[in-house]
Design a protein around this ligand. Structure first.
Ligand SMILES: NC(=O)c1ccc[n+]([C@@H]2O[C@H](COP(=O)([O-])OP(=O)(O)OC[C@H]3O[C@@H](n4cnc5c(N)ncnc54)[C@H](OP(=O)(O)O)[C@@H]3O)[C@@H](O)[C@H]2O)c1
Length: 288
C-alpha cells in the first residue's frame, strides 16, 4: 500500500513530461509567405504537402516529371491560398537537374526557407533479383539528387535560417524484406543528412534538418505495390504530409508517422532475431 503513492506520482510525472515534450508547438502563421520547394509534388505525400503549405499561405515551387499533373496541382495550390505557386518539370535521374531546379526556385521566389526532399523513383516490392543497374539509377534519384538539391540550396538556407526536410522511411532504419535498393537509398539519406546536421551545428549555421520516418502510407503507388504481399495497414497520406510540414516548421530533428514507427525505432536493436522474425510475419511468402 505504501508504494502506491510514489508509483502514482512517478506515473503522473511521466505523463506530464510526455505531454510537455510531445505538445503541438506548431504556429500556422510561421508558414505564411514562407518560400518552399517541394519535390515529388505531383502525387502522393508530396502533393498533399503542397496543399497544406498552400492553405498556410506559403510561396511554392513544385517539381516532379509530369508537367500536366504539376500544372493541375499548382492551380489547386493557388485556389487553396498559396501566395505564389510555380512548377518546374524535371527528372531527378539527370545529374544536371537539381542545380537547375534550385536556380529556378531562387529566380521565382528570391530565396528559400524550406527545401522538402520527397521524390522517389520507381522500385519493385519483391525479392532481390540482381538488377544492379536499377540500384545505381535509384541511388541517383532517391539519394544523390537530394544531396545535390540540398547543396545548391544551402547558401540561401544559411542566409534565411531555413530548413531541410528529408522524407525517409522505416525502411531507412530497419531492414525489411522486398525493399533492398529502396532501403539502401533511405539508409544513405539518414547517414548523409544526419552527418550534415551535426556539421551545420558545429559551424553555428542555423539550418535545421528534419528526418521524417514514415511507416506504410496509403498513397496509390505504395498500395499498388504491397497489395496482397503484406498485411500491414496504411496510414493516411494527408495526415502524414501534415506531420512532415509541422515537423519542418518546428525545426524538429526527427518526426515519426504513424507513432508506432517511433516505438519500433526505439526497440530496434534490443532483440534482433525476434525483431526480424516478427517483421517477416507481416509478409505473405512461401519459399518454393
Ligand atoms: N507511401 C508510403 O507507404 C511511404 C512509406 C515510407 C516512406 N515514404 C516516403 O514518402 C515519400 C513520398 O512517397 P509517396 O508514396 O508519396 O510516393 P509517390 O506517390 O510514388 O510519389 C512520388 C513522387 O515522386 C515523383 N517522381 C518519381 N520519379 C521521379 C523522378 N525520376 N524525378 C523526379 N520526380 C520523380 C513522382 O512524380 P512524377 O511521376 O510526375 O515524376 C511523384 O510526385 C518518399 O520519399 C517515400 O520514400 C512513403
Amino acid at each position: 500500500m505504501k508504494i502506491v503513492g510514489p508509483f502514482l506520482f512517478i506515473l503522473a510525472l511521466g505523463a506530464a513530461l510526455v505531454a510537455f515534450f510531445w505538445r503541438d508547438t506548431f504556429e500556422p502563421e510561421s508558414l505564411s509567405g514562407a518560400r518552399v520547394l517541394v519535390t515529388g509534388a505531383s502525387d502522393g505525400i508530396g502533393e498533399q504537402m503542397a496543399y497544406h503549405y498552400a492553405r498556410f499561405g506559403a510561396e511554392l515551387v513544385l517539381t516532379a516529371r509530369r508537367e500536366a499533373v504539376l500544372q493541375k496541382v499548382t492551380e489547386k495550390c493557388l485556389k487553396l491560398g498559396a501566395k505564389k505557386a510555380v512548377y518546374f518539370p524535371a527528372d531527378m535521374a539527370s545529374p544536371q537537374e537539381p542545380e537547375k531546379l534550385v536556380q529556378f526556385a531562387l529566380q521565382s521566389l528570391g530565396g528559400l526557407d524550406y527545401v522538402v526532399l520527397n521524390h522517389i523513383g520507381w522500385s519493385p516490392f519483391e525479392m532481390w533479383g540482381g538488377d544492379v543497374n536499377h540500384t545505381r539509377w535509384l541511388m541517383e534519384v532517391n539519394f544523390l539528387s537530394y544531396v545535390a538539391i540540398a547543396s545548391a540550396a544551402l547558401p540561401t538556407l544559411i542566409e534565411r535560417k531555413g530548413a531541410i526536410i528529408v522524407v525517409s522511411s522505416l525502411a531507412g532504419r530497419l531492414a525489411t524484406p522486398f525493399t533492398t535498393s529502396y532501403s539502401a537509398t533511405k539508409f544513405a539519406l539518414e547517414g548523409f543528412f544526419g552527418s550534415l546536421r551535426q556539421e551545420l551545428n558545429m559551424q553555428k549555421k542555423d539550418v535545421s534538418v528534419t528526418l521524417c520516418v514514415l511507416g506504410l502510407i496509403d498513397t496509390e503507388s505504395a498500395l499498388t505495390k504491397v497489395r496482397g504481399v503484406t498485411t500491414m495497414t496504411a496510414a493516411p497520406a494527408s495526415e502524414a504530409a501534415l506531420a512532415i510540414v509541422k515537423g519542418g516548421a518546428t525545426r524538429a530533428m526527427e518526426i515519426f508517422y504513424p507513432w508506432s514507427t517511433w516505438w519500433l525505432c526505439q526497440i530496434r536493436d534490443w532483440f534482433p532475431y525476434q525483431r526480424d522474425w516478427v517483421i517477416r510475419k507481416f509478409y505473405n511468402y512461401t519459399s518454393a
